[in-house]
Design a protein around this ligand. Sequence first.
Ligand code: DGL
Length: 265
Amino acid sequence: MTSSIHNQAIGVMDSGVGGISVLKHIRALLPFEHLMYVADSKYAPYGNKTAEEITARCMVVADYLIAQDVKALVVACNTATAAAIDKLRETYDVPIIGMEPAVKPAAAATKNGVIGVLATVGTLKSAQFAALLESYGRNVKVVTQGCVGLVECIERGELDTPETLALIRQYTAPLLAEGADTIVLGCTHYPFVKQVIQEIVGKNITLIDTGEAVAKQLKHKLDEKGLLTKNTEKAEVHFWTNSEAENAEQVTEKLWGHHVEEHRL
Ligand code: DGL
């Protein structure tokens, strides 16, 4: 290991802009780490693709980041993790952090024993999600809801348009009807509409997502491997996208909350 490896960037990837919700937690926890974010927006949503298709896209994006010499890779996408994390870990030598819907913390948080999970169809039908329910969902009732179309709204930067609100109402209604008091935001796009979801379901419902836990896990992994940066100055964050939307950069900027100059993939 060369001494400069500490200063190599951390690669963060998602099907699109959703992983920026995780990137924010990483930035807050590790401000001195260089970050490279890749949005595979041209191929979003992943949620209605087959596991094979998602894995193929993840390999393309990960190849790109690995070629930039990243020292670690964060798959800031529940759907991509479920489909491709094994293949990514088999292929690349760097630490790879994935994510899964927060069923475990939700099962611990629920007071009435009913939790709802909002996620993509791809995540909900994956073997990984079935295993997650087997491990942590046994003592609670878990109501799941695939949210077709919601990722597309967020990709367009439409966080509170009538269409977005209608989809959120449609998808949260069955969870509320079953009595869920805790709802898992099982897709990294959804934290961008957390406020709107909270207004629709009411303030007594607890919403849980995993962005912060992923950032902590990343820090732990880097520390364990001796890969944390020795920098003491705020590092750079670079964004790449293959989006064909004219307003791609504005959407990224809106979600990130700061000026962004987005590179094209
Ligand atoms: N952001 C992704 C996730 O966490 C998936 C969105 C998509 O369907 O592309 O699941």
